[in-house]
Design a protein around this ligand. Sequence first.
Ligand code: USQ
Length: 401
Amino acid sequence: MKNVLILGGDGFCGWPTALHLSALGHRVTIIDNLSRRAIDEELGADSLTPIAPIMERLATWEAVSGETIPFAYIDVARDYDAFRDLITDLRPDTIIQFAEQRAAPYSMKDTTRKIFTIDNNVNATHNVLAAITETGIDAHVVHLGTMGIYGYDESRVEIPEGYLDVYVPGENRDISKRSILYPTNPGSVHHLTKSMDQLMFQFYAKNDGLRITDLQQGIVWGTQTEETRRHPALINRFDYDGDFGTVLNRFLMQAAVGHPLTVHGTGGQTRAFINIQDTVRCIAMAVDNPPSAGARVKIRNQMTECHRVRDLARMISDVTGARIAFVDNPRNEPDENELVVSNKSFIDLGLEPVTLESGLLTETIEVSRRYADRCRMEMIPCVSTWTDRQRPGIAETPMAA
Ligand code: USQ
């Protein structure tokens, strides 16, 4: 049993992770500044699923599981002293860092949101590393990164788990081998912050011997896990709006509410995916398998399968009869890309992936249908553009066979 502190434990990945680790017998504490709920209010959006207030969530978990999860309201990016004092008292074995602004479109919405995303994400992660170093607490940091830091291109070269061996020509025809961080090529300010996090991790692992795992996660789909299904007040959030909704969940809820599936551009974008149930399992495995002190950062690719956006749309259209709309792409991304990713380290730890064929697509459609009356149709379009030149528009066309 570990003493685990979860930063951002009220969010989409943080909440089900907190419950899963608690169910496994770990002693879990949550820190959150409830900023995800505040952003909902700022945008006039809301989770499709009705999420209970944090204290009600925690009381419900205690009632159904007998486990207590203490909660502290702290903004890790801004209130360094409070965070440092809390870890001094708590002395966690593991600190899981989810306390970052996670939406690429929100991070590109305007200058204010770009500045917020950089300030919040970079400061929060650096404060965690600085506080562990200052207090001398031997806590393993588990950070949620993203596959999108590597960018997308036409090659089918497999993206390795964090590192690349390079051979550097030197004097006298010598060739030196180096193992470097796999180069990043972020596609949004959100992805840029996760690229910057990598360098901070590399530095603190080298300079201060911090034990750090960085999980490069694909796009999460689904909403419920074994634990969040245990009571309606434990239900996880389900984002569907144009800034925070992710593509597969958006398509599933669009089908449920009778909205055409909004494929950006040609839909030739290939992305890595993972079900939320596998997210929490992977994090539990990462918690159980920390690197040793002095080792380099352990980087794991947390994804289970790759799909092209238009193929997902076609699959969901086949299941539900939903129409497909090709809309102007608000992003600055290649129309078509290939993607091959190694996820060997989690497979070696025993992960048995939940795939799209698992039946959970149907569960997610059912959840969407159950709460369809909470959907605000005007929140569906993706209106945050990557450049000022772009404006969202919709041109419905028949899908190529
Ligand atoms: N897309 C559509 N139609 C939509 C919404 C999205 O075609 O209605 C396209 C986007 O243009 C993009 C792809 O689907 O090509 C993925 O978009 P997304 O919003 O599902 O995912 P993304 O912005 O990359 O961000 C999400 C999470 C983020 C995480 C990332 C993992 O919000 O926290 O870091 O997935 S990854 O993409 O692997 O970097």
